[in-house]
Design a protein around this ligand. Structure first.
Ligand code: UD1
Ligand code: CA
Length: 454
């Protein structure tokens, strides 16, 4: 059985008050659209079709070949939007799931249930409903006395009596394809809004005297639709909890998941503890037994096992095993800290490799450098890597002792084993096992104090 999803994403998102197409607004780091497409993957067999309109270029660019796009122009309502898929799909699929791209919390399991219900349905259509006290502007499900679905009534046309109905239209439907294409043409323009409502298709089925199945869903959270930025923040909180629960069930500890922000797609190994106010973004992979946070931000980085990252920032960086970092350290793109490296407060590393056991305790900047194993970087060491035009490399060997406040003026190379005295400005390459000292001579003169000593 071929199952294809048609995702409606052409609306303007007026209530969001935004220049960005609504479906590209992020939820836990990924556009709404991404979440819906992910969920649909497990319930469909074919490439999805996305109906685009407002911001079509941006949406299409984001999708690439993840979906086939069809332009809906002008946008004359959800029924009209679904109709746009006909030319692409007629005769090519058995079953069509139609859903809205602003429902990012619906799970794959739920779509699967909907498809399964429709597979067993002798009629042409099954739809998802939910019972909720707060209707949030959703269409109401009107049932006949015998309990079968009679119609979906949109909130603004519902009678006061219908407004009291607690069963709502979630916005996910599963159709027999042949029936769908025909029925869409029979939807009439809504006289009030001049739009074609997909929801009117239920009455067409009722007129045809074919059974409409409803799948009553019990998780209201999953059916949060996003029409405003308030809804977006509610959905974000729900998605965050879902992501965090999954990590916890996989063996990750979180002291307070409500203030732990992990993007969809991040990987974390067991026995890692994530402390509060930690943000983990992008393509990040974290191994086992680490302690991350509090107050830490990590993006597009890789962390091995048993590391400690306290109150620090990492972007495009790698930590191997047993690295101890922070508080207040910053690793920028290309920073690679091998195992047992220690980097303390106010250290910054960019485009550099620190080999096994390097210690860099306090206030240093290391850029475009390679540092050999067990070298000690004294407090206040700076690689002066930028000459105003380009970045120059610094190469430091193994077992080097860089004294406090050393300036390494790049390009420069220190072989294995040298020591530098405090405050040295190193401008020439340093051979193996040598000592670099030499400060400009200090003159000490007597001063006349303005206030006399008593
Ligand atoms: C819709 C349903 C409502 C349901 C609710 C659940 C209709 C008429 N109403 O209302 O019963 O309870 O969703 O979330 O379907 N879109 C297009 N082209 C258009 C118009 C809309 O592609 O011409 C897309 C939008 O981008 C959006 C989706 O369809 O992703 C739903 O449109 P929206 O205006 O948000 O419908 P609701 O008012 O939420
Ligand atoms: Ca909506």
């Amino acid at each position: 059985m071929k199952v294809t999803a048609v995702l409606l994403a052409a609306g303007q998102g007026t209530r969001m008050k935004t220049d960005l197409p609504k479906v590209l607004h992020p939820l836990c780091g990924k556009p709404m659209l991404w979440h819906v497409l992910e969920a649909l993957k497990s319930a469909t067999t074919e490439k999805p079709v996305v109906i685009v309109g407002h911001g079509a270029d941006a949406v299409q660019k984001y999708l690439g070949d993840a979906a086939d796009c069809v332009l809906q122009e002008p946008q004359l309502g959800t029924g009209h939007a679904a109709m746009q898929a006909e030319s692409l799909l007629k005769g090519k699929t058995d079953v069509v799931i139609v859903t809205y791209a602003d429902m990012p919390l619906l799970r794959g399991e739920t779509f699967k249930r909907l498809v399964e219900t429709q597979r067993l349905n002798s009629g042409p259509l099954s739809l998802l409903t939910v019972i909720a006290d707060d209707p949030r502007g959703f269409g109401r499900i009107v049932r006949k006395p015998d309990g079968t679905v009679e119609a979906i009534v949109e909130e603004y046309v519902a009678t006061p009596e219908q407004q009291q109905i607690k069963e709502l239209n979630v916005g996910a439907y599963c159709f027999k394809a042949d029936w769908l294409w025909d029925a869409l043409h029979r939807i009439e323009k809504n006289p009030k809004k001049g739009e074609y409502y997909l929801t009117d298709i239920v009455e067409i089925a009722v007129k045809d005297e074919v059974p409409v199945q409803a799948v009553l869903h019990d998780d209201f959270i999953e059916t949060i639709g996003i029409n405003t930025r308030v809804h977006l923040s509610e959905a974000e909180a729900a998605m965050r909890m879902r992501i965090n629960h999954e990590h916890m069930l996989n063996g990750v500890s979180m002291m307070n998941p409500a203030v732990t922000y992990i993007e969809a797609g991040v990987k974390i190994g067991k026995d890692t503890l994530i402390m509060p106010n930690t943000y983990i973004h992008g393509k990040t992979e974290i191994g086992e037994g680490n302690v991350i946070g509090p107050n830490t931000m990590i993006r597009d980085s890789r962390i091995g096992n048993r590391c400690k990252v306290l109150a620090s920032v990492m972007e495009g960086a790698i930590l191997e095993d047993d690295v101890d970092m922070g508080p207040f350290a910053r690793l920028r793109k290309g920073a690679h800290l091998k195992s047992h490296v220690h980097i303390g407060n106010f250290g910054e590393v960019k485009d550099s490799t620190l080999s096994e056991g390097v210690k860099m305790g306090h206030f240093s900047y290391i850029g475009n450098a390679t540092i050999g194993a067990n070298t000690n970087i004294g407090a206040g060491t700076i690689t002066a890597n930028y000459d105003g035009e380009k970045k120059n490399p610094t190469e430091i060997g193994e077992d080097v002792f860089i004294g406090s406040d050393t300036m390494l003026v790049a390009p420069i190379k220190l072989e294995d084993g040298p020591r530098t005295g405090a405050g040295v400005v190193v401008t020439k390459n340093v051979p193996e096992d040598t000592l670099v000292i030499g400060m400009t001579e200090r003159a000490i003169r007597k001063l006349e104090r303005k206030t006399k000593k008593k």
